[in-house]
Design a protein around this ligand. Structure first.
Ligand code: NAI
Length: 343
């Protein structure tokens, strides 16, 4: 049993040194659904570099054979295979322990994540039906937006199929954490690997709530209330910053692939029994009354989410943020549940 490598230079406090030392490599089959896309391609490259991933299934409706051929030439031990179109989806999923889903359309300037609902909801629904059939015990990491709604859709689909385990369905919000860590490190002159900012709530606009009062390490003087406000708004709108800079060519893909690879690595470390693995993720939760789904810090382990960690104390500003997101987040959650259960 060799030591598992982790994404070099990329870790923050979320994975302890003990976890890295004790992590073992056990064969893991991972699928990326939407693997030929802007996120799918760099994410697949990062997973090909992760020695905990022994088999990598790349699935898309088009253009994925070339991606797999290209990646297969990287001399890392991970076996890569392409699967194209619905008739090959079952084979792609068979035996998978982790399924990462970045399939769907991205935003263009002027669009909100909610504008993607009509197309992406259907894509996520059909992909989750296949997961329920072919690898019902797999952990699912959903990237496709609007995450606030696509995660409830996934849960409803799995419930209908009688295979739902709330510990295994996770919305990927790690990009919000990655961004918050980067911006705080830049503002305070810190090494970004040392910074950890929990981000709670959801993954759209004001439902993204960075807990800057809980960021570590604390450098005094800490941010003024005006700076906290500016930084919070920047973290909430960071996705739009990228959408506008790309001017119609899509949304965040490289930083998203990086953040998703980090999340996948943490899930795999947990599945392999590494202790002390924590990430923020959007899951079914009873942490905050009124929200059936909520993003917060969880402890990952052999069954997925082993424990939703208690909320730390919130500043008054963060309490107000929690109040402010109520309408939008509950509406997003209900939209997902309704979509999955119609007809
Ligand atoms: P993209 O358009 O470049 O790639 C999407 C891929 O999905 C394409 O290759 C397409 O062929 C594939 N696809 C479409 N329907 C499919 C189906 N039924 N089965 C399998 N594959 C299918 O888009 P990009 O930039 O990769 O974004 C993907 C999604 O990720 C979008 O919904 C976007 O909003 C979301 N996203 C989420 C973030 C997060 O923080 N959770 C951050 C950035 C983007």
């Amino acid at each position: 049993r060799a030591e598992a490598p982790v994404l070099a230079a990329a870790r923050t406090g979320c994975v302890t040194r003990a976890a890295r030392r004790q992590a073992v490599i056990e064969a893991k089959k991972v699928a990326v659904l939407g693997a030929a896309g802007g996120i799918g391609q760099p994410l697949s490259l990062l997973l090909k570099m992760n020695r905990m991933v022994t088999e990598l299934s790349l699935y898309d409706i088009a253009n994925v054979a070339g991606v797999a051929a290209d990646l297969s030439h990287c001399n890392t031990p991970t076996q890569v295979k392409a699967y194209t179109g619905a008739e090959e989806l079952g084979a792609a999923l068979k035996g998978c322990e982790l399924v990462v889903i970045p399939a769907g359309v991205p935003r263009k300037p002027g669009m909100t994540r909610d504008d993607l609902f009509n197309i992406n909801a259907g894509i996520v629904k059909s992909l989750c039906e296949a997961v329920a059939q072919h690898c019902p015990n797999a952990v699912i990491n959903i990237i496709s937006n609007p995450v606030n709604s696509t995660v409830p859709i996934c849960a409803e689909v799995l419930k209908k199929a009688g295979v739902y385990d709330k510990r295994k369905v996770m919305g990927v919000t790690s990009l919000d954490v990655v961004r918050a860590n980067t911006f705080v490190a830049e503002a305070k002159g810190l090494d970004t690997r040392d910074v950890d900012v929990p981000v709670i709530g959801g993954h759209a606009g004001e439902t993204i709530l960075p807990l800057l009062s809980q960021a570590t390490p604390k450098v005094l003087p800490w941010f003024s209330p005006e700076e906290i406000e500016q930084l919070t708004v920047r973290i909430q709108n960071a996705g739009t910053e990228v959408v506008e800079a790309k001017a119609g060519a899509g949304s965040a893909t490289l930083s998203m692939a990086y953040a998703a690879a980090r999340m996948a690595e943490s899930v795999l470390l947990g599945l392999n029994g590494a202790p002390g693995v924590e990430e923020c993720t959007y899951v079914e939760s009873s942490l905050v009354p009124g929200f059936q789904y909520f993003a917060s810090k969880v402890r990952l382990g052999p069954n997925g989410v082993e424990e939703i960690l208690p909320l730390p104390p919130l500043s008054e500003y963060e309490q107000q943020g929690l109040e402010k997101m109520k309408d939008l987040l509950t509406k997003n959650i209900q939209a997902g549940i309704d979509f999955a259960n119609k007809a």
